[in-house]
Design a protein around this ligand. Structure first.
Ligand code: SAM
Length: 313
């Protein structure tokens, strides 16, 4: 069932990262290796790639073998990139790219439980370890469940959904994607836009299971530490919660719009520190029409880039 993952905004990523011969780069979200392959092809550089999903790392074996020693694959979280890179003896990078969210491999495999398009175990763990979506759905108190669906799914019917889930789990634990979807459908009106009414709740659970927003905060801070002067950070995000954190971080590190948010505390942003980066993309780049036609997953993508300023001597 799982075939391939079409890299999103690949031409724009390469253009913004601008890899050069002799440089050292990090692809923090290896996935199907689409960006990594293109970076290795674009320059005679060294590339480190991280993914938290053991399946993605295993799938990277062929590219690793072909890379002639230029690629290093590390299983772990990009939120830990600072220590993961230090473990490899790397203290400075010439570029970092992050392609947030899940891969088509993960979405298309029923057993991973990320999608309600197929029935599967209610799992959603990118790392295949730790508490699963089923653990949250069956164990969290109703109010906490409602809060997470509201916060991470931006779902205004969160209280009603949480109440219905709690009533259903008393009958029998909720262990499959299909059952959760039908429980949500049972209490939700049909969305006139045609979007499945379970979409936002599934997104919320996935974000919480994988601490995705916390990972972005830590990953951006790690990249800022590791980038050498002239080095670039390129981030592709897929929904407003992700993009909001990226945008704020980039504005703050380039000396614009200081201020804290729940997901982007000012301490993390170093908003009082002098700007050490410049904005390469003044506004988020969006995929072209042709790409969104060919790859619907690209539709909501936004790409933002900053570059570490080269200090005057
Ligand atoms: C959208 S895919 C990347 C696709 C890749 N750019 C390509 O062209 O094939 C996202 C990947 O990032 C991984 N991922 C998500 N969050 C992560 C994190 N915090 N640390 C490491 N990997 C992460 C996922 O497991 C998934 O494989």
């Amino acid at each position: 069932m799982s075939g391939t993952h079409l890299p999103v905004m690949l031409a724009e990523v390469l253009d913004n990262l601008a890899p050069r011969d002799g440089g050292i780069y990090l692809d923090g979200t290896f996935g199907g290796g689409g960006y990594s392959r293109a970076i290795l092809d674009a320059a005679d550089c060294r590339l480190w790639a991280i993914d938290r999903d053991p399946d993605a790392i295993a799938r990277g074996a062929a590219l690793l073998a072909k890379s002639g020693g230029r690629l290093g694959l590390v299983q772990g979280r990009f939120g830990d990139m600072l220590s993961l890179m230090h473990d490899q003896g790397v203290t400075q990078l010439d570029g970092v790219v992050l392609d947030l969210g899940v891969s088509s491999f993960q979405l298309d495999e029923a057993e991973r439980g990320f999608s309600f398009r197929f029935d599967g175990p209610l799992d959603m763990r990118m790392e295949k370890s730790g508490p699963s979506a089923a653990d949250l759905v069956n164990k969290l108190p109703e109010a906490e469940l409602a809060d997470l669906i509201y916060q991470y799914g931006e779902e205004r019917h969160s209280r009603r959904i949480a109440r219905t889930i709690v009533a259903a789990r008393v009958e029998e634990p909720i262990t499959t994607t299909a059952r959760l979807r039908s429980i949500i459908h049972s209490c939700m009106p049909r969305d006139p836009s045609g979007i499945d009414s379970a979409t936002r709740s599934f997104q919320a659970l996935r974000i919480r299971v994988n601490d995705e927003l916390g990972e972005i905060e830590r990953g951006l801070a790690g990249a800022a530490e590791l980038l050498a002067p002239g080095g670039r950070l390129v981030v592709v995000s897929f929904h407003s919660l992700e993009d909001r954190i990226v945008k704020r971080f980039m504005q703050n590190s380039t000396g614009r719009a200081p201020g804290a948010s729940r997901y982007a505390p000012s301490a993390l942003m170093g908003s009082n520190a002098p700007a050490s980066f410049r904005l390469v993309t003044t506004r988020a780049l969006r995929p072209g029409e042709e790409e969104t036609r060919a790859n619907p997953r690209a539709r909501s993508a936004r790409l933002r880039t900053i570059e570490r300023i080269v200090e005057a001597a």
